[in-house]
Design a protein around this ligand. Sequence first.
Ligand code: ATP
Length: 256
Amino acid sequence: MANVLEARGITKAFGGLLAVNAVDFDIPERAIVSLIGPNGAGKTTFFNMVSGLYTPTRGRFVLTGRDITKMKPHQRAQMGLGRTFQNIRLFGTMSAVDNVLAGMHVRLKGSILGAVLKMPGVRREEKEAREKAHALLDFVGLRGRETFAKNLPYGDQRRLEIARALASDPKLLLLDEPTAGMNPQETARLTELIGRLRQERGLSVLLIEHEMRVVMSISDRVTVLDHGEKISEGTPTEVRQDERVIEAYLGTARTG
Ligand SMILES: Nc1ncnc2c1ncn2[C@@H]1O[C@H](COP(=O)(O)OP(=O)(O)OP(=O)(O)O)[C@@H](O)[C@H]1O
């Protein structure tokens, strides 16, 4: 199966500290892949390099066959990379649907002049965008929530972040600790939603997640980082039985 993302020899040095050290990493099409490891292992740093917030010190990223290593975050978004953040970054005093529309702007073509003149093409595009935004809210289970984003329950805000990320039609979605701070019911619903991203939308997902029940239940492959190095990679069952992983991480991790 083709890979959506290929990372080769990815390294990030902060001064003398190698936060990520020569990591190779593939994400196949329609795969759910998780990155785990103890605090400070380099997960977020790796993630920030995939999305373009950090430039690797060495190494190369290829997204759907194109080298994106030197591209800026918004260019990567246009090429099919979507992400959510560990700390929710919604527009608090905008409605749910307006948050999703904001996520769509990387794809909209209409000019400001066109909008001012109310040109038919632009009006049609706006209408279609609004319909699509409502469909995405339906998909994540937020139909008809017209309140400000900041007034939504926490679990719903996380789902809204995913709807906003989907608005740019990504091929690969990066989710940074999507169940952080959720209760068990919210976690179960979100896990199901992640499965539907692949099932119903054909997406690949890269997940950073501390909740081992989530990781082990939905991942096709798990990669384990420790001190910036890849120490294990395989199916959840393989990784769970790997002595190095048990020693470095699972012995102390939250296993539910
Ligand atoms: N901007 C930065 N400047 C300097 N050092 C950094 C920076 N970002 C991360 N580090 C260091 O790089 C290492 C990897 O950190 P990173 O946040 O990627 O780990 P993590 O696996 O995501 O941890 P956590 O599970 O706590 O989020 C740590 O030692 C951290 O202190």
